[in-house]
Structure formats: structure tokens, C-alpha cells
Design a protein. Sequence first.
Length: 178
Amino acid sequence: MDLLKKVELLLNSKARSVLPRRGRTSSLDEQEAELLAEIHRALGDVEAQERQLAERIKTELAQADVAARRGDREQQRVHERRADELDRHLERESLQAINLEEKLQALEEKLALAQAAVEKEGRKAAQIDAEASKVLAEGGIDVTTVDKAPQTTPQEITPDDFSSDPPDLAAKKSRLSE
């Protein structure tokens, strides 16, 4: 059915898209909420169609009973065939609706997990920010606690030390010694 294909397409596209959650609402969050509401409405429409099919089946069976009481076997079989066809159609619709509901539930669980993960990361970021603010408020790193190593002057190397080496090797040694 066309409506069920649309709902399934919406579910599949929603499951494949990644919509980030933030502490503030964004247009993506609003679109996500609208999409979920649209899927819920579509599922409600499918359930309404299932109820209509069930009513049509009852009507066909009642008409088959009326035809049987009149002795019109041909009309009875026609109504029974229609009822059987509607019953098969209802069964297919019900299975598709169940599949869509399962997909929707899985999608909602996935979104809830993603939202929880984003909130957890937000709390971590807030904690790191608070610690950084605390360190900055205390004046930063205390330089007096860092041990200062005495500076020693390296031995001076003169270019004459490399005079026995080839010119390119002497130049490399000279650069490294500086």
C-alpha cells in the first residue's frame, strides 16, 4: 500500500540520518520531532485503515449470511470470496504495520541512546570547562613549584673540528652542533 511504503521510507531515512542533539533546540531537533510526529500520525492512519478493513469483512460476511438464508449460493460465494480477499489484505496490512511499529520503536530507542550519549559528553565537556576555569581563576600554573635545572653552557665546537670530514658532512655536523 502506498501509505505504508511512505511510512517505511520515512523510517528508513530517519534511521540512516544522524541528527546531533544539543543542549539547545535547533532546526534539526524540530525537524526530528516533526518527523516522529508524522510517523506516529501515519501509523494511526494505518490502524484506522485496518479497522475499516475489519468492518468491511464483517459486512461481507453478513451479506454472505443473508444470501445463504435466501438460498442464493452464487451471491454467498461472491461475498465469502470478497471477505477472504479482504482478510488476506488485512493480514498483510497488519504485518506491515507491526514491522513499522517495531522499526519506529527501535528508532526511538536509538534516538534516546544518542541523546543520552550527547548529554553525557556535554556533562564531561562542562566538567572539563569548570576545571579549566578553576585553574585559570587560581592564576594558572604555579611556576615556583617547577624545578629549574641549572643551565650549562655546551662546549663550543669550532668549524675547524670538522676540517677532516667531507664538506657536506662537515656542514651537517656544524648545523647539528649549533
